[in-house]
Design a protein around this ligand. Structure first.
Ligand SMILES: Nc1ncnc2c1ncn2[C@@H]1O[C@H](COP(=O)(O)OP(=O)(O)OP(=O)(O)O)[C@@H](O)[C@H]1O
Ligand SMILES: Nc1nc(=O)c2ncn([C@H]3C[C@H](O)[C@@H](CO)O3)c2[nH]1
Length: 267
């Protein structure tokens, strides 16, 4: 896999030469997979393996605690009364909150991809950034599924797609990925893990929802049959890893996964 084309610097001011040489060396990979398939668990392994590998986590804490920066409004809005927990609101009433959630998730992913890399990573010889999900799963898995299930209406879907395309074309070089790692697990396994994890907001998630998301991941990343609107995404290298088995407590399986990631990065 080769690092993608040169990207402009949007981070804190750095000498141009340092930045452009870093951008050329940098490889960006997103980690995709169904809810509770084990992405956070997997990226913790990656982070431990190499100082040259950095993880950009999904900003779930932000989604669970949306704060208004506007002091003019002294009265609490209904979302603030809910503790600003947009993820909770999404699962409580998807027809009301799906569009809001999806645009906010997309915005937070764009911001995460624009953030400058750490000073340590900038000094690395072969720096790699791993993103927990991406602007692409935002659209082709979650938003698309919410539209197809009627939680996002035609107008909202049109606005979301317009906004998404605008973000991606405006910040194109920064949004480009060099590869995707798909953590593939059955919806049954994800449900089992989701219940063990016990995140409060997710307790009402039904099997049907995990099955639809599984289908979206499969057609996008395994069968590669869905139509995507971005050239770079059509050709992108994808590594599919079966994560149904427990690797959390198995050193040999962990090494095997790391070897596959290393081979993928070299390929
Ligand atoms: N391979 C595995 N074997 C056994 N348990 C696992 C495995 N991977 C993850 N788990 C457990 O499953 C639960 C969900 O894992 P994790 O939080 O990593 O999922 P995730 O994909 O990051 O979830 P989300 O989609 O919500 O971000 C956790 O309790 C974790 O400890
Ligand atoms: N609707 C929707 N759109 C997204 O882009 C998205 N990304 C993550 N999630 C949900 C899954 C987990 O519950 C939780 C943590 O991954 O957040 C999303 N939900």
């Amino acid at each position: 896999m080769r690092p993608s084309a040169k990207r402009p610097c949007l981070g804190p001011s750095e000498p141009d030469s340092l930045d452009s040489s870093f951008q050329k060396r940098l490889t960006k990979v997103s980690i995709e997979g169904n809810i509770a398939s084990g992405k956070s668990t997997f990226v913790r392994l990656l982070e431990k393996y190499s100082e040259e590998w950095e993880v950009i986590p999904e900003p779930i804490a932000k989604w669970c605690n949306v704060q208004s920066t506007d002091n003019e409004y002294k009265e609490l809005t209904s979302s603030q009364k809910n503790g600003g927990n947009l993820l909770g609101m999404l699962y409580d009433k998807p027809t009301r909150w799906a569009y809001t959630f999806q645009t906010f998730a997309c915005l937070s992913r764009v911001k995460a991809q624009l953030k400058a890399a750490s000073a340590k990573l900038q000094e690395a010889e072969h720096p790699v950034q791993f993103y927990e999900r991406s602007v692409f799963s935002d659209r082709y898995v979650f938003a698309s599924n919410l539209f197809e299930s009627g939680c996002i209406n035609e107008t909202e879907w049109a606005i979301y797609q317009d906004l998404h395309t605008w973000f991606l074309t405006t910040f194109e070089p920064d949004m480009q990925l060099d590869g995707i790692i798909y953590l593939r697990a059955t919806p049954e396994k994800c449900m089992e893990r989701l219940q063990i994890r016990g995140r409060e907001e997710e307790q009402g998630i039904e099997m049907e929802y995990l099955e639809s998301l599984h289908h979206k991941h499969e057609t996008w990343l395994h069968e590669r049959t869905i139509k995507v609107d971005f050239d770079n995404l059509r050709e992108i290298p994808i590594l599919v890893l079966d994560v149904n088995e427990d690797f959390k407590n198995d050193k040999i399986k962990q090494e095997d996964l790391i070897d596959k990631v290393k081979a993928f990065l070299k390929s």
